[in-house]
Design a protein around this ligand. Structure first.
Ligand SMILES: Cc1cc2nc3c(=O)[nH]c(=O)nc-3n(C[C@H](O)[C@H](O)[C@H](O)COP(=O)(O)OP(=O)(O)OC[C@H]3O[C@@H](n4cnc5c(N)ncnc54)[C@H](O)[C@@H]3O)c2cc1C
Ligand code: SF4
Length: 320
């Protein structure tokens, strides 16, 4: 059994105090539900002896303000999956949340934590003992990547289920940090470097996620593939947004996860004017033909590519 090392847990009573503590303890990690962080601490994928808990700051609220859906960073995935405002305004987000892990994990897991899930790979998500046998990697005190040997940067895979959907809904991420408050579009939140995968500055915290009201004719859906129907992280994930008008496609996008650390966004503008008929799924999949899954997560990349195009077609077909 992997044991958790002794930890000091700090519990700030205001956001400003939390930012101050994170500046004071630069090695400290932020704790929300702990469902990603605590396993990572156990496997020593993440090393820290101090946690800054957000439990007195997150209220988990979900509300509608000026037609904008506002989710506190502490909103749990269980709540998101069944909340009437999410089901009415952003059903694909409810769908994605409902597909994460298991019911018990979703009860604790927060949306803020889901945005910041550590990118995953076949090497780093093993025990320290296993990793030592091969030596470190670019993300853990080494010079090589063990899953994509030619890589010069870490290509661990973005494995959050909410991220592709938040991008499809054009969500914004509202943060507070040493330089005050900031708004980051969800599409710009991730970087193409698995060692530093998020555009959060030191001591910066996510407070809220906001989704603008989608225009009439907008449809969004999410599909995830994994070998087991529960617990597993996605090995293929895709969100599709179609902006439609009078039986035709106006614009749209496809957001693909589990490639590298950053989601890939493909515009569907080239298909503007296409009728919403049974040809559309194939036209959309054609635009994604150049995507290349890597051997960073289980299952052969060629199989995952076939699976990805299939899930993409199914996503479009589900919305026709
Ligand atoms: C068995 C198992 C299966 C899983 N399956 C899936 C899956 O299928 N899909 C999936 O997406 N996830 C999965 N997860 C990962 C995890 O449960 C979820 O991603 C969850 O939403 C993480 O939220 P949390 O509140 O528990 O985050 P935590 O573990 O508390 O934090 C995760 C990361 O986010 C940072 N963080 C948290 N909140 C904030 C904030 N407000 N501001 C700044 N940084 C913050 C933390 O410092 C940490 O680095 C799984 C986990 C387990 C153990
Ligand atoms: S992708 Fe390569 S560098 Fe990144 S965690 Fe995995 S083995 Fe390490």
């Amino acid at each position: 059994m992997l044991r958790l090392a002794k930890l000091e847990v700090l519990e700030p009573r205001s956001w400003e105090e939390a930012v101050h503590l994170l500046q004071q303890y630069p090695e400290a990690r932020v704790l929300a539900g702990g469902t990603d962080l605590l396993p990572a601490l156990k496997t020593l994928q993440v090393r820290s002896s101090t946690l800054v808990s957000l439990r007195h700051l997150l209220d988990g609220q979900i509300c509608l303000v000026d037609k904008e859906l506002r989710l506190d960073a502490g909103a749990t995935l269980t709540n998101i999956a069944s909340h009437p405002l999410v089901l009415a305004g952003a059903p694909a987000l409810a769908q994605a949340a409902s597909l994460v892990a298991s019911p018990l994990i979703r009860n604790r897991a927060t949306l803020g934590g889901n945005l910041c899930v550590e990118p995953r790979c076949r090497y780093i998500n093993q025990s320290e003992l296993f990793r030592q046998a091969l030596g470190g990697c670019l993300k853990s005190h080494g010079d090589d990547c063990h899953v994509v040997p030619a890589a010069t940067r870490c290509l661990a895979a973005l494995s959050s289920d909410s991220v592709p959907v938040l991008i499809a809904y054009q969500a914004t991420i509202h943060t507070i940090g040493p330089r005050g408050r900031r708004i980051i579009p969800a599409q710009e939140f991730h970087r193409a470097d698995g060692v530093h995968p998020f555009r959060l500055e030191a001591a910066e915290l996510i407070q809220q996620i906001r989704l603008p009201s989608p225009p009439a004719g907008c449809r969004v859906t999410y599909r995830k593939w994994r070998p087991r129907k529960s617990i597993d992280f996605p090995l293929v994930s895709v969100a599709v947004r179609l902006n439609t008008n009078a039986g035709h496609l106006d614009s749209g996008l496809v957001v693909v996860g589990v490639l590298g650390p950053k989601p890939r966004v493909i515009s569907l503008d080239r298909l503007a004017g296409a009728p919403l008929n049974s040809d559309l799924p194939f036209l959309v999949a054609e635009l994604a033909g150049s995507l290349k899954p890597l051997p960073n997560v289980p299952y052969e990349p060629g199989y995952r590519k076939t699976r990805l195009l299939l899930e993409m077609q199914r996503a479009v077909r589900d919305m026709l």
